[in-house]
Design a protein around this ligand. Structure first.
Ligand code: SF4
Ligand code: SF4
Length: 456
């Protein structure tokens, strides 16, 4: 048996790190495992067959092991039971995970905020037909509010490293606010780094230089809807000159040249699937060997939620077709091999994260920028009723109790893009991607062994 300790998993010290803050004893009390028939695979373990054995991923602890054969399994059973890969027949995994979550949640109360999603403006230079901000007032952060935002961050972040996420509208329409906030944090010795969601059109060489040095931009997400014509139609840029597709893809190259990672999101629907498959050829020719660029597809969910099994099956098939091509072309790098149990759904139910609107209001969700707000940068008192509402979770369904993703799955009722029953991209597709990630891990393990053997 080979143990792949993920670096957060300190099995040797008999503890597994399950949150950012504490260590929870994850070792089953030492049992003498004489009879394999008294044990079974933990329901929350994902198994992937590989060339000469199988890989196991424990979705609660984040640990991964490689088992070579039945004999290896038998020999390693004590360790596998200790680490909860195998459990006694009567073991209740759901109870175990719920208890771990409860213990970790109470051990990880924070008294600071270090994640800030900042809307520099709700205005945008594009008019995407699927935009969820359609009809909302367009507000741009003033210089004064930007300065006050920096003061707020300094006040509430304590000494924790700060993560900023620039968002909008199109955040670059007001890059002056980003300058003001970054300069103020730098002047006050605040350690920070940032990411951004942008359509990427407004970058210039000098803005990229500034993004790297002043904004400490590490990663950006840019959406493409298709090749040139499909893209231009979907985006409907204001004052378009017809060269927007070229400019955005050139900017993606320049950002990656500046060592800023770019995650390209392909917004997929029935109307553009064929075109996106063509776009993948273009992206492959341009970015295949580029380690700073990754591409993934995301199915667009419209306001009209009506669907049928047939439509869902067809969506899934088209989604897999595009995702499969991205994987084969070496552009896909989003393998969901989480390193620990999940405690929150997103920023909305995480006490260490907030959204700041252009007016200086504090919210919890990037999709709901003028509803269910919890306070203001000018007042550190928060509306606790709203905070608690954001934490209300969906009850697990009977499917959840058998689903290996249960330890990785927290679903909140207030999330506007979540529904009571999970979708195939949250469940079936994720499990498949995890299996692929395990195969990849195994292959790199094998390569390492072969390289070492060749060197000897
Ligand atoms: S909601 Fe879906 S993905 Fe989550 S645990 Fe339940 S079945 Fe699994
Ligand atoms: S839309 Fe959902 S996932 Fe996104 S921030 Fe809001 S609650 Fe979280």
């Amino acid at each position: 048996m080979e143990l792949f300790y993920n670096h957060k998993c300190f099995v040797k010290e008999a503890f597994v790190k399950v949150g950012i803050f504490g260590y929870v004893n994850c070792i089953m009390k030492n049992e003498i495992c004489q009879y394999i028939s008294e044990y079974r695979l933990n329901k929350f373990v994902i198994k992937a067959n590989v060339q000469d054995g199988w890989m196991l991923y424990n979705t609660t602890t984040g640990g991964v092991v490689f088992i070579q054969s039945e004999a290896d399994l038998y020999e390693s059973l004590n360790k596998l039971v200790e680490l909860y890969y195998y459990v006694p027949l009567s073991f209740d995994e759901v109870k175990w995970v719920n208890k771990l979550r409860e213990e970790t949640n109470s051990a990880s109360k924070v008294n600071y905020i270090n994640g800030f999603t900042i809307l520099t403006t709700t205005d945008c230079n594009a008019k995407c037909f699927y935009c969820y901000e359609k009809g909302l007032p367009r507000v741009t952060m003033t210089d004064k509010i930007a300065k006050d935002v920096a003061d707020y961050i300094i006040k509430v972040s304590s000494d924790a490293p700060v993560h900023l996420r620039w968002f909008g509208g199109e955040p670059l329409l007001n890059h002056n606010a980003i300058d003001i906030i970054s300069n103020n944090l730098n002047e006050n010795g605040i350690k920070f780094q940032s990411t951004m969601i942008s359509n990427g059109l407004l970058f210039t060489d000098s803005i990229i230089k500034k993004a790297k040095s002043l904004w400490k931009l590490k990663k950006i997400q840019i959406t493409l809807d298709g090749t040139k014509v499909v893209y231009q139609n979907a985006k409907s840029f204001k004052e378009a000159d017809g060269n927007e597709f070229q400019r955005v893809t050139d900017n993606i190259s320049k950002l990656s040249d500046a060592n800023i990672r770019v995650s390209i999101r392909l917004n997929q629907d029935f109307y553009n699937t064929t075109d996106l498959l063509e776009l993948v050829d273009y992206l492959t020719s341009k970015f295949r060997k580029n380690k700073h660029i990754s591409v993934y597809n995301n199915w667009l969910y419209g306001e009209n939620g009506e669907t049928t099994n047939l439509i869902e099956a067809s969506k899934y098939e088209k989604f897999k077709q595009l995702q499969g091509k991205l994987i084969r072309c070496g552009l896909f790098h989003r393998y969901p091999l989480e390193k620990r149990i999940r405690l929150s759904h997103c920023m909305a139910d995480n006490d260490a994260s907030v959204l700041i609107t252009p007016e200086g209001n504090i919210g919890k969700c990037e999709h709901l920028t003028n509803q269910h707000l919890i306070g203001s940068i000018y007042n550190t008192e928060s509306d606790y009723r709203e905070i608690l509402r954001w934490k209300e979770q969906y009850q697990p369904t009977p499917k959840c109790f058998e689903c290996p993703l249960y330890p990785q799955c927290v679903r909140i009722k207030m999330c506007p893009v979540e529904s009571e029953i999970c979708s195939w991209d949250q469940c079936e597709n994720k499990i498949e991607l995890i299996k692929m990630a395990l195969v990849k891990k195994y292959e790199s393990f094998r390569n390492k062994i072969e390289t070492t053997e060749n060197e000897v």
